[in-house]
Design a protein. Structure first.
Length: 84
């Protein structure tokens, strides 16, 4: 995945993690398989193997990984500022 697409996926994972943290589905702690309100991989049409390969690539290229996170943070900041 290129940096732009991977950063979109990071944003969606961040939002999913946040949603699970506030338990938007109201699930019991014992039902960890359904905590996320949505599936970032499915919603972005990304296979698990593609995600794993991409994660492996970026984790071995820290400068590129940082660029991905900078893009993701910019997108999250824009989302936050548009809600004010």
């Amino acid at each position: 995945m290129d940096k732009e697409r991977f950063s979109d996926l990071i944003v969606d994972f961040t939002l999913a993690e946040s949603a699970s943290g506030i338990n938007v589905l109201g699930t019991a702690a014992t039902r960890m398989d359904t905590v996320y309100a949505f599936n970032p991989l499915l919603d972005n049409n990304v296979k698990r193997t593609t995600f794993d390969t991409t994660l492996y690539f970026y984790s071995h290229n820290p400068k590129l990984f940082k660029e991905v996170y900078v893009l993701a943070l910019e997108k999250l900041s824009k989302m936050q500022s548009s809600r004010k």
